[in-house]
Design a protein around this ligand. Structure first.
Ligand SMILES: Cc1cc2nc3c(=O)[nH]c(=O)nc-3n(C[C@H](O)[C@H](O)[C@H](O)COP(=O)(O)OP(=O)(O)OC[C@H]3O[C@@H](n4cnc5c(N)ncnc54)[C@H](O)[C@@H]3O)c2cc1C
Length: 421
């Protein structure tokens, strides 16, 4: 069968789905490309939703992956505001939209992303309880932060992860009072461990954020539909006018599961299980982005990576694999964050328990340094904070899998490029 007779369907119009469509055309695929997404907006990037867009510094237009006209120009059949509710793998069809339209596929890509976890506590349905995943959520939150800043209002954030902290920074810039409730002893504990989590706690305290560590929200107290306070399991009550639930995201696997595709173990983050070419347990179905769990050779484990770069690169990698090209997706995981005047990039993977030492190169007190998470001399991860253009040598160190001299690693006068080879 030639390309022109083939139909490739992409479910999910986030960054992974949009970049996969772009790659199919860039690689010369001449068949039909159908991109179906349940959101009404054209595919957009989410990082600005908790940073520049939330702060009113980035325009709405700037968040879109492509201009709206790009889809027609590239002959991408875009179905927005339509949910795919079933995959028939025997008939090779997906069903979508209110009228149950069937679309045949030769190859299918699942790029369904993730959705925010909900707080399972009394009061979670009050109007002042928010989540942040979609453009509409960010628009609403922008209005909320503006009002809180104007009225000296209180925002309680459940969860001291990346989104919780970025919104805390934005809320402080608006002038709102902010309390972050986090069960772990530091923010970002599961990613950075306590050593660097403390640095982020200090950064936020310096900007007036209050933390309540070692506690969980147990109730959001309301009156006449309005939020009044947030209670924690240690009996404390924090004044609140609004609450943001930033307690993580769950991969959107329902469609894959109902279709009988293999899922990854929850202990490995769950998600749709794919091989190194991003192919699922069905050879004609692929998955990429937040929803995919792939085996990572560098860390000898399955990873499900909920970050921008993984959608940016994973969508195209899956598209090439769908075209029959040899693909081994082994990128070093990478993400970035901006909070106040701190910008950082993190490469690698080193959750607590996986490393035996954190090596600091530079001045942590001035928040200008690189941190390395090291196990038996081998660099597992590196985070540059307000230090730039070092991602490549950091990623090379991680990929080299060789032990380095940790004294030299800590010494800013020793070029990173000279280590690990
Ligand atoms: C507020 C916020 C800030 C972030 N900031 C950063 C950051 O600073 N740095 C970083 O590295 N990462 C960041 N991320 C993470 C990054 O945005 C995600 O990793 C990325 O969006 C994943 O892209 P994706 O295409 O896999 O999934 P998504 O962006 O979730 O897109 C999936 C799309 O599929 C749709 N969909 C799902 N199921 C169906 C269905 N059955 N039928 C039709 N459509 C469906 C969804 O509605 C969604 O539109 C941030 C995320 C958020 C929410």
């Amino acid at each position: 069968m030639v390309d022109a007779d083939q139909t490739f369907v992409i479910v999910g119009g986030g960054l992974a789905g949009a970049k996969a469509a772009e790659t199919l055309r860039a690689e010369g695929f001449t068949g039909r490309v159908i991109l179906i997404c349940d959101e009404r907006d054209h595919p957009y990037e989410r990082p600005p939703l908790s940073k520049g867009y939330l702060l009113g510094k980035d325009t709405r237009e700037s968040v879109f992956v492509h201009e709206p006209a790009w889809y027609a120009q590239n002959d991408i059949e875009l179905h927005l505001g339509q949910t795919v509710d079933a995959i028939d793998r025997a008939a090779k069809t997906v069903r979508f939209g209110d009228d149950g339209t069937l679309a045949h596929y030769d190859k299918l890509l699942l790029a369904t992303g993730a959705e925010p976890r909900r707080l399972d506590v009394p009061g979670t349905d009050l109007a002042g309880v928010h989540h942040l995943r979609r453009l509409a959520h960010a628009e609403r939150l922008k209005g909320v932060l503006t009002a809180l800043g104007r009225d000296n209002g209180h925002l309680v954030i459940a969860g001291g992860g990346w989104i919780g902290l970025e919104v805390a920074a934005a809320a402080r810039e608006y002038g709102a009072e902010v309390t972050v409730v986090e069960p772990e002893p530091t923010p970002l504990h599961g990613v950075l461990g306590p050593e660097l989590g403390t640095l982020f706690a200090d950064l936020h305290r310096d900007h007036g954020v209050r933390f309540h560590f070692g506690a969980r929200l147990t109730e959001i107290v309301g009156q006449d539909g309005m939020v009044l306070a947030a209670r924690t399991d240690d009996g404390e009550e924090h004044p609140a006018h609004d609450v943001l639930a930033a307690i993580g995201a769950a991969p959107r696997t329902a469609l894959a599961e109902a279709a009988g595709l293999e899922l990854a173990d929850r202990a490995h983050g769950g998600g749709v299980a794919v091989d190194a070419s991003l192919r699922t347990s069905d050879p004609d179905v692929y998955a990429a982005g937040d929803v995919a769990s792939f085996p990572h050779g560098l860390f000898d484990t399955r990873l499900r990576v909920e970050h921008w770069a993984n959608a940016l690169n994973g969508g195209p990698a899956a598209a090439r694999a769908m075209l029959g090209k040899a693909v081994a997706y082994d990128r070093v995981p990478y993400f970035f964050s901006d909070q106040y005047d701190l910008g950082m990039e993190y490469s690698g993977w080193a959750p607590p328990g996986s490393y035996d030492q954190v090596v600091i190169r530079g001045d942590a007190g001035k928040r200008e340094f690189i941190a390395f998470w090291v196990k038996e001399g081998r660099v597992l991860a590196g985070m540059n904070v307000n230090v730039w253009d070092v991602t490549e040598p950091i990623q090379k160190l991680i990929a080299s899998r060789t032990a380095v001299d940790t004294e030299a690693l800590a010494d800013p006068h020793v070029p990173l490029e000279s280590l690990g080879s």
